[in-house]
Design a protein around this ligand. Structure first.
Ligand SMILES: [Zn+2]
Length: 300
């Protein structure tokens, strides 16, 4: 089995998506408002973002971004051999992700920066891998940037949250603590400049310290917006919240505010689970509904 590798260019950035697996079957659980009948009403929403039967398609994937001499990995999927009870489809995966990194032309030792938009288990998994029974950093020479707000939340009160709390406790143990112990973690403010045209901005709601990653790639700019939306349908329906949102009202307000800022601009945006072609521009407004205008930037 081979993992899907998708290469794109935006401005002077090279982007490589490594798709760990699809999460199609989980989507109706994550976004229960997006029933086929409701999806039908979003006229611009076409395959591959949905099936012919109006079911959502979505992926677990990592974005490798080469820009201005640095190699970023944004969000690191679920990972192999992780203990994810309660989301059994993701438990104890055994997928050739490390092989796919090499196949995509990368040396994982040369990754300079890892950024997790938030610390849910499906965005931190490949922070580490298991070798001889021990969790080791997958990117041993990178700085791992996490929002301090997010880290503190899951380190403390988040562990008592129903459903996600116990999973996050294990996830910290397997995917966060080992990179902290290795001295690789840089806790950042939710509004931070990481240099070389890369910055992060707050997008709270799905999680307490959720951040979007902004890339200034010369003549084009783009944003990887984590789980601000799980699926493009939430661009049309900013009121559709995910079942595991930290604060559903705040997640909706964040979508309205940020999509309003992006509408009519040339900035390309994607969210971590958007299937390829993943990037698009935003048009429309809150009253008539925002629109995701996909633009295929993949290498042909
Ligand atoms: Zn996610």
């Amino acid at each position: 089995m081979e993992l899907k590798i998708i290469k794109s260019k935006i401005g002077n950035a090279k982007i490589t998506q490594i798709v760990e697996c699809d999460i199609n079957e989980s989507m109706p659980i994550i976004l229960p408002s997006a029933t086929p009948d409701e999806m039908k009403k979003i006229e611009w929403l076409k395959p591959p973002y949905r099936t012919e039967d109006y079911l959502m398609n979505a992926d677990s994937q990592a974005f490798f971004v080469e820009l201005n001499g640095r190699l970023f990995v944004v969000d690191t999927c679920v990972g192999n051999e992780k203990n994810i009870t309660g989301f059994d489809g993701f438990n104890n995966l055994n997928l050739p992700f490390l092989e796919a990194i090499a196949k995509a032309g990368f040396d994982r030792h040369k990754v300079t920066d890892v950024i997790c938009t938030h610390l849910h288990f499906d965005h931190v998994g490949w922070n580490t891998y298991k070798e001889e029974g021990e969790w080791k950093p997958t990117f041993p020479n990178a700085k791992y940037h996490f929002a301090k707000e997010e880290y503190d939340y899951w380190r403390n009160e988040g562990k008592s949250v129903e459903l996600l709390g116990p999973i996050e406790a294990i996830s910290f143990n397997e995917s966060i603590d080992p990179v902290v112990a290795a001295g690789l973690v840089n806790l950042i403010d939710m509004d931070s400049d990481l240099g070389d045209g890369i910055s992060v901005k707050p997008s709270p709601g799905h999680s307490k310290g959720h951040i979007n990653i902004h890339f200034n790639a010369g003549n084009e700019t783009f944003i990887i917006a984590g789980d601000m939306c799980h699926h493009p349908c939430q661009i049309a329906r900013t009121d559709w919240a995910a079942i595991i949102d930290y604060d559903a009202k705040e997640s909706s307000a964040t979508r309205r505010e940020i999509l309003g800022q992006l509408s009519g601009t040339d900035t390309l945006v994607t969210c971590t689970h958007f299937t390829s072609p993943s990037f698009g521009k935003i048009s429309g407004n809150e009253s008539k509904g925002f629109v995701f205008n996909a633009i295929d930037k993949t290498d042909k």
